[in-house]
Design a protein around this ligand. Structure first.
Ligand code: SF4
Length: 202
């Protein structure tokens, strides 16, 4: 497959990398090697060019001059927002020496790794950190707190952790969207519901 990384200009197909099940098809507009516009791909069979505002405006986040690009060390009391930039070496030194102290004093289970997806990717989602913390003997967390809680809640409500193929929902006679701001958090289901409503369902 041809790489688009070294092509400074053009419109390139992509897919949203955020931790969102919709995985919208995207068209990235590049000029002089920078992404200048993120557009929904109208030819994607499910998401059909509809994307959320968060990703539509992603270039502002990508190129924001205040974007965090290096470790910061807190240099004042907690909550006062006083930080100073430090090198990666210094940051890693601080963390490893604190961890070594903790392990010596309280054992490795005193360390609780907590993270979840953010961006979907082999490194940021379920990468080497699992092996690393396992080897370290750290505590085990059902990652994440929010997803595990949501799954348990879904099981209590629905009797199991299963779902419905969204495209099948256009055949329903009644939609109930309960406890959800679907316009914000499940936009493609709303599109399907609107499509269904034209043929009769409430
Ligand atoms: S709805 Fe937004 S966050 Fe979710 S996949 Fe589409 S563009 Fe990404």
């Amino acid at each position: 497959m041809q790489s688009h990384i070294n092509q400074p200009d053009g419109v390139f197909p992509s897919v949203c990398s955020l931790d969102c099940p919709d995985q919208c098809g995207l068209l990235l507009h590049k000029k002089d090697g920078k992404i200048i516009k993120v557009q929904g791909d109208p030819d994607h069979p499910v998401t059909k060019g509809n994307i959320c505002n968060k990703v539509r405006n992603m270039t502002a986040r990508l190129y924001d001059p205040n974007r965090l690009k290096q470790p910061l060390k807190r240099i004042g009391p907690k909550g006062e927002g006083m930080f100073a930039p430090i090198s990666w070496e210094e940051a890693i030194d601080i963390i490893t020496s604190k961890w070594k102290d903790l392990i010596e004093l309280h054992g490795p289970e005193s360390i609780l790794p907590y993270s979840f997806y953010g961006n979907m990717g082999n490194l940021s989602a379920e990468g080497m950190d699992r092996r690393f913390f396992n080897k370290l003997g750290a505590s085990i967390l059902e990652r994440s707190i929010c997803n595990a809680a949501g799954s348990v809640g879904y099981s209590y409500t629905m009797g199991g952790s299963f779902g419905i193929d969204p495209e099948e929902t256009i055949h329903t006679k009644l939609f109930i969207m309960w406890g959800i701001n679907a316009v914000s958090t499940n936009m493609h289901q709303v599109t399907l519901a609107q499509q269904a409503r034209k043929t009769g369902p409430k």
